[in-house]
Design a protein around this ligand. Structure first.
Ligand code: GLC
Length: 700
C-alpha cells in the first residue's frame, strides 16, 4: 500500500495534491452538485461532508440519495486523471436511523460491549447511506454541564473516556474498516474543547499542559492505540494557541508521542476561524499555520484549495508538508478499501435499518444507561396498579433522541407515556395526576429540550425550570407518591425537589427506545445499574465540580466536603457524585485480600447480592498518589468491573494495578511513575468506599 501511495504521489500535480486536502459540503438541495462534479473531474476534491450546514447536530439532516453520491464518485474515479476516490464523511454520533442514548448516557453504562455494539450498528446503518467516515467518537473530557456538548462526551473521567474511545473505534472500524458496514472513525475534538471557559462553546481553554496531558489526552491515546483512522482538530485555543494551529499538540504529541499515522481533519471552517482567534489576518497565513501545525484536510472553508499554491510559491509551506498530508489521506482511503469498492450499492434499506434486533439493542443500552438516584422503596411499581403520568416530557418524542440524531425520526420514538402504557397497560395508565384519585403514584416526566443541548448551546444556569418544580410540587400536594423521571441531556441542578420525590430516575435523552426502557425499569422488568459519568452539582455556582480534583485542606475524603471555615452557608458537596447509581438489590462487598508483586498490586474481593433482584454491579477502584513531584488528585478511578450477580449469589472480583496505571504526566509532558505510598479504595462510587488500604508501591 505504501508503495502504491508513493507511486500516486509521484504522478500527482500540485493541484491534485491540494485537491486531496479539500473537503466540501454537499448542500442538502445540491445546488452545487454540478460544481462539485467539475472539481471531482479535475481531481480538485478529496472529500465531501454530508451535512447541510455547520450545525449538523441541530437540525434534521436530509437523506443524501445514493445515486447522487455514486454519480459524484464516478466523476472522481472514472473521469479524473488519477481516479482517486472521494471519502464521504457524516456526523453519525449515537445512531443513524436507530438512535441510541446520547454518548454521555452511553458512558453511564460503563459497558464496553454495549458501546461497541451500538457503534457497530450505527455504522452499518450509515454505510447503507453511502457514508465512509463518521466524525465520532467525541472524546472531550468535560466538567462543566453549562456546555451544551457535555451530552456528546464520555464524562469527567479519563479512564472512562479511554473505555469509550476503544469501544467506539472497535465498533465503528472493526478489525478491518474495509469490511462492509464498517467506517473510518474520527477522534474529536483535539484537544481540550471540553474545558472551554464557563462552558461557553468554542471559548478558550485554559487547561495547563499538565492538566491537558493527564485529563484530556488519555482518551485520544487510547483511540490511537485502537487504530483510529482520523482525528479532528478543535475550535478552541489552548492557553493562547488555537488547537487548529497547534504544532505541539498536533505534531509533537499526536504523532511524535502517540504515534498516530492517520490524518487530521479540521473542524468546520476552523482554519478560516484562525482569523477571528487573532493569530492570522489573511487566509494564506491561516492555510500555512494549519498545515504546518499538522492539519491535513480542510473542512468546508476552501482555505487550502484557494491558498496553498500561493503559500508554496511564497515559501510559507514546503512540498514535503503537502506530500505528507496527501500520504496520510491516501493511506486511510486505501485502508477503507475505497480504491477497490468506491461505490455504495443502492439497496432498499427497509428491513435493514430500525430492525427488531437493533431496537432491542437500543432499548438494552438505554436501560443500562439509566441511573436510579433515589428510591425510598416506592420502586419497583407493581404492574396492573393504576399510575398517573404527568410533566412536560411525558409525551415528548424528538427530545428523547438528543442532539446529533442524524436521520433518526421522532415517529419511531417510544415516548415515556407510551412506554408506561406498554408495560402497565393502557387502562392502568392515567394521563394526569389530577385524575389520579384512582392511583396513589404519580410519574412526573421532566427534562430538557434537545435543542438547548449540543453545539453552540451554553446555559448560564442549569437549575430546573420553575414550571418543572411546580409539576413535582403539584403531584406532592395531591398526596401522591412522586416518581421523577428526567429525560434530559446535561446534568441539571434539581436539589430543590429531591425531598418531594419518593424516587428519581435519570433516564437521559435515551434514544428511540428510551420511553420503554424507563418504564421497564420503573415496573421492575430491569434492575437499574447505571452509574453517573459526571458529577451532578447542587447549584450552578459550584461548577466546575468533579471528583478527581486536586487537594487542599478543605477537602477531607473527596470533593469539597463540609468544613467549618468554608461551607458556612449551604452545602458544598455535589448533589450526586461521579460513579453513583442505586440498584433495586443490595450488593455487599467483603473478604478483601491483597497481593503485591514487583510488577503489580492485586485486590481480590467478594460481592454478595443480598437483595431480592438479580442485577449488575459496577465495582470501582480509586487511587491517591499520596505524595508526588506534582500535586495529584484527591482520587482517580484506576479500574472498574461490571458484573452480573443473581440474587443470593456471590461473585469474586480481582482488580490489578500496574506501573502504567499509576503513572502520570509531569509538567513537561513526560509520563512518570514515582515509587511511594498509594492509597487504594474499592467502592460503589467515588464517595462510597468499602475498603481502603495504603501501600508502598515501587513497581519495576
Ligand atoms: C461541527 C462540530 C463537529 C462536527 C463538524 C461537522 O462544527 O464541531 O463536531 O463533526 O462540525 O458537522
Amino acid at each position: 500500500m505504501e508503495h502504491k501511495i508513493e507511486e500516486l504521489i509521484a504522478k500527482m500535480s500540485l493541484e491534485e495534491k491540494i485537491g486531496q486536502l479539500n473537503q466540501e459540503s454537499i448542500i442538502a438541495d445540491n445546488e452545487r452538485i454540478e460544481e462539485l462534479k467539475d472539481l471531482a473531474r479535475q481531481g480538485k476534491l478529496g472529500s465531501c461532508i454530508l451535512a447541510a450546514n455547520g450545525l449538523a447536530g441541530d437540525c434534521e439532516q436530509e437523506q443524501f440519495l445514493i445515486g447522487e453520491l455514486n454519480e459524484l464518485q464516478r466523476c472522481a474515479v472514472e473521469e479524473s486523471p488519477l481516479g482517486i476516490p472521494l471519502i464521504y464523511g457524516r456526523d453519525i454520533i449515537h445512531g443513524c436511523r436507530t438512535i441510541f442514548p446520547i454518548p454521555l448516557a452511553q458512558a453511564a453504562t460503563w459497558d464496553y460491549d454495549l458501546i461497541r455494539d451500538a457503534a457497530s450498528i450505527m455504522s452499518r446503518e450509515a454505510s447503507y447511506d453511502g457514508v465512509h467516515w463518521t466524525f465520532a467518537p467525541m472524546l472531550d473530557i468535560c466538567t462543566d454541564p453549562r456546555w451544551g456538548r457535555i451530552i456528546e462526551c464520555p464524562g469527567e473521567d479519563p479512564l472512562l473516556g479511554k473505555m469509550v474511545a476503544k469501544a467506539s473505534v472497535d465498533g465503528i472500524q472493526g478489525e478491518d474498516m474495509s469490511q462492509p458496514g464498517k467506517l473510518a472513525a474520527c477522534a474529536k475534538h483535539y484537544i481540550g474543547y471540553g474545558a472551554s471557559q464557563a462552558g461557553r462553546d468554542k471559548d478558550p481553554t485554559e487547561w495547563s499542559d499538565y492538566t491537558m496531558h493527564n485529563r484530556a489526552l488519555p482518551a485520544f491515546e487510547e483511540a490511537v492505540d485502537a487504530g483510529i483512522a482520523t482525528v479532528m482538530s478543535a475550535f478552541n485555543d489552548i492557553s493562547g494557541q488555537p488547537a487548529t494551529a497547534n504544532k505541539y499538540y498536533l505534531t509533537d504529541v499526536l504523532r511524535g508521542k502517540l504515534g498516530f499515522d492517520g490524518y487530521v481533519v479540521s473542524d468546520w471552517a476552523a482554519i478560516e476561524r484562525l482569523n477571528c482567534q487573532g493569530v492570522s489576518d489573511n487566509d494564506l497565513l491561516s492555510a500555512a499555520l494549519a498545515i504546518n501545525a499538522g492539519v491535513d484536510m480542510d473542512m468546508f472553508d476552501g482555505i487550502y484549495k484557494n491558498n496553498l499554491e500561493q503559500a508554496l510559491i511564497q515559501g510559507a509551506v514546503n512540498m514535503e508538508t503537502i506530500d505528507e498530508a496527501v500520504r496520510r489521506i491516501l493511506r486511510i482511503k486505501f485502508r477503507l478499501g475505497l480504491f477497490d469498492r468506491p461505490y455504495t450499492e443502492d439497496v432498499n434499506t427497509t428491513g435493514r435499518v430500525l430492525t427488531k434486533e437493533y431496537l432491542q439493542k437500543a432499548k438494552e443500552m438505554s436501560a443500562h444507561s439509566m441511573v436510579l438516584l433515589k428510591n425510598n422503596g416506592v420502586l419497583p411499581l407493581k404492574k396492573g396498579e393504576k399510575v398517573a403520568v404527568s410533566g412536560p416530557y411525558a409525551e415528548e418524542k424528538e427530545s428523547l433522541m438528543g442532539s446529533w440524531h442524524a436521520s433518526g425520526e421522532a415517529k419511531d420514538v417510544v415516548s415515556f407515556f407510551e412506554g408506561v402504557q406498554q408495560v402497565n397497560g393502557i387502562e392502568n395508565t392515567l394521563s394526569d395526576c389530577n385524575l389520579a384519585e384512582q392511583s396513589d403514584v404519580c410519574l412526573v416526566a421532566l427534562g430538557e429540550d434537545w435543542m438547548i443541548t449540543g453545539e453552540g448551546k451554553t446555559m448560564p444556569n442549569i437549575e430546573l425550570p420553575e414550571e418543572q418544580v411546580a409539576a413535582i410540587q403539584q403531584a406532592k400536594k395531591l398526596g401522591k407518591k412522586v416518581v421523577a423521571v428526567f429525560l434530559a441531556g446535561r446534568p441539571l441542578a434539581f436539589g430543590d425537589i429531591v425531598e418531594e420525590c419518593d424516587a428519581i430516575l435519570w433516564a437521559w435523552h435515551g434514544g428511540t427506545m428510551c420511553g420503554l426502557a424507563a418504564a421497564e425499569i420503573l415496573f421492575g422488568d430491569f434492575n437499574p445499574c447505571g452509574k453517573l459519568p459526571v458529577t451532578f452539582p447542587r447549584y450552578t455556582g459550584q461548577i466546575p465540580i468533579h471528583y478527581n480534583h486536586n487537594r487542599n485542606e478543605y477537602v477531607l475524603s473527596g470533593y469539597y466536603e463540609h468544613h467549618p471555615y468554608v461551607s458556612t452557608v449551604g452545602d458544598s458537596t455535589p448533589l450526586y457524585a461521579f460513579g453513583e447509581g442505586l440498584s433495586y438489590t443490595e450488593f455487599v462487598y467483603d473478604n478483601f485480600r491483597c497481593n503485591k508483586t514487583d510488577t503489580a498490586f492485586e485486590i481480590t474481593f467478594d460481592i454478595h447480592n443480598k437483595g431480592k433482584f438479580d442485577g449488575f454491579e459496577i465495582a470501582q477502584c480509586y487511587i491517591q498518589d499520596v505524595v508526588a513531584s506534582m500535586a495529584r488528585p484527591i482520587k482517580e478511578l484506576k479500574a472498574f468491573q461490571k458484573i452480573y450477580i443473581k440474587q443470593g449469589e456471590t461473585k469474586t472480583v480481582t482488580m490489578r494495578l500496574t506501573r502504567e496505571d499509576l503513572s502520570f504526566y509531569d509538567g513537561r509532558g513526560n509520563k512518570v511513575f514515582e515509587p511511594g505510598d498509594f492509597k487504594l479504595e474499592i467502592g460503589t462510587s467515588s464517595r462510597h468506599s468499602c475498603f481502603t488500604i495504603t501501600e508502598y508501591l515501587d513497581f519495576r
